[in-house]
Design a protein around this ligand. Structure first.
Ligand code: SF4
Length: 92
């Protein structure tokens, strides 16, 4: 399995007040897209979702939501499952 590149995000700097996705999903770059794209079966298949996240204006909120709610599966806020696990491990 390919290892996704380490991402340099300071988890502590993410928004501390996070609202649930239904409050910001209409602003999301993935709004209306097939959710399956964001739940790839392998890290290697996450490219399309990650490129969508790269232009998303609610990316920080999305990542904060995923981190604070322990979202284990899928691409959230421009991170894969593996990248998020590493991010969380760094601050644990
Ligand atoms: S950061 Fe990615 S997963 Fe999150 S709302 Fe934006 S496009 Fe969707």
């Amino acid at each position: 399995m390919e290892t996704m590149p380490e991402i340099d995000i300071d988890v502590q700097s993410l928004p501390s007040q996070v609202s649930p996705p239904d409050h910001w999903q209409e602003l999301a770059a993935c709004y209306g897209l097939d959710p399956e794209v964001f739940f790839p079966t392998t890290e290697e298949e996450a490219g399309l979702a990650l490129s969508c996240c790269s232009v998303c204006e609610v990316r920080d909120m999305c990542l904060a939501w995923a981190v604070r709610n322990g979202e284990r599966y899928g691409v959230w806020g421009g991170t894969t499952e593996q990248q998020r696990r590493r991010l969380i491990r760094r601050v644990a």
